[in-house]
Design a protein around this ligand. Structure first.
Ligand code: GLU
Length: 279
């Protein structure tokens, strides 16, 4: 009897676990609906960063701000969805492909570089901005100003990010610490646990601007990071519509306006928008 009971409880637990796994795989969106179905229903779930001032930031009052947030809202608007009908979900660097593949988000606007490796799992619209890898150091640092000055240095970046992969592959003399988020890298930089944080210049500029003079960005950008909007692989209709939205944002001045109002605060001038890559 006891064994029987234990078995039944066990089966129950497995069934519940399966149900929970299925529910979470479908995310808030529900079922097999595509992003465009969700848009037709009037709501979208968008992956952004929560800890990148000027780009994707969750503010203390629960609101969201930054250039990526503005791009996400503009695209949603073109898909017929109002800003307050968007659910923003945190999309840490290493989780972006999975969030898209599992349908937990409809799209990702999160300083997300278009790479061939990522294109095996997801599609991209864009690019809507081009950044480059650089370094953030404490203001009194004088010995790091580029990738060739990294030998033996402790450098922090984020798991699953292109800058971390680049250091690992091309600068093996560097002691790379890969954390889950950039916030953890910043804490360690402040505490002296590492010598530098590396990622895209535009992200680092936001951290430097918020540091009250504690940090500075050094070195010329030494990679090309084409920021795309990550989408479910194979949804060509969605990709075309998102590309059209980005193009409209460039053309009607909203892109520059959004850039100046967000990233502009860290001293960045809006460049010319990049050319779209409609592959
Ligand atoms: N753009 C780079 C990437 O997509 C670094 C920024 C980030 O981690 O979001 O990996």
């Amino acid at each position: 009897m006891r064994i029987n009971h234990a078995l039944r409880v066990g089966v129950g637990v497995i069934a519940l676990t399966l149900a929970a796994a299925t529910a979470s795989a479908c995310g808030g969106g529900g079922g097999d609906k595509t992003a465009l179905d969700h848009a037709k229903d009037g709501k979208l779930t968008v992956g952004i960063k929560f800890d990148q001032p000027g780009l994707g930031l969750r503010n203390k009052d629960g609101s969201y701000s930054g250039f990526d947030v503005e791009v996400a809202k503009y695209v949603a608007g073109k898909l017929g969805v109002k800003p307050d009908a968007i659910t923003f979900k945190e999309a840490p660097s290493a989780q972006r492909e999975t969030l898209i593949e599992n349908g937990q988000v409809d799209y990702v606007v999160a300083t997300y570089s278009i790479t061939d490796k990522r294109k095996e799992k997801v599609d991209f619209a864009g690019p809507y901005y081009v950044a480059g890898q650089s370094f953030l150091v404490r203001a009194d640092n004088t010995d790091i100003d580029g990738p060739e000055t990294l030998k033996g240095k402790k450098v922090c970046s984020v798991k699953g990010s292109t800058p971390a992969q680049n250091i690992e592959k091309n600068f093996p003399d560097t002691q790379l610490q890969a954390n889950d988020t950039y916030s953890l890298c910043l804490e360690g930089l402040r505490a002296g646990s590492w010598d530098a944080v590396t990622t895209d210049d535009i992200i680092l500029a936001g951290y430097a601007a918020q540091s009250s003079g504690a940090f500075k960005v050094v070195g010329k950008p030494f990679t090309t990071e084409n920021y795309g909007i990550g989408l479910k692989k194979g949804d060509k209709q969605l990709r075309d519509q998102v590309n059209n939205a980005i193009e409209a944002m460039f053309a009607d001045g909203s892109w520059k306006k959004a850039f100046d109002a967000t990233v502009g605060a860290s001293g960045y001038q809006a460049p010319q928008p990049p050319a779209l890559n409609r592959y």
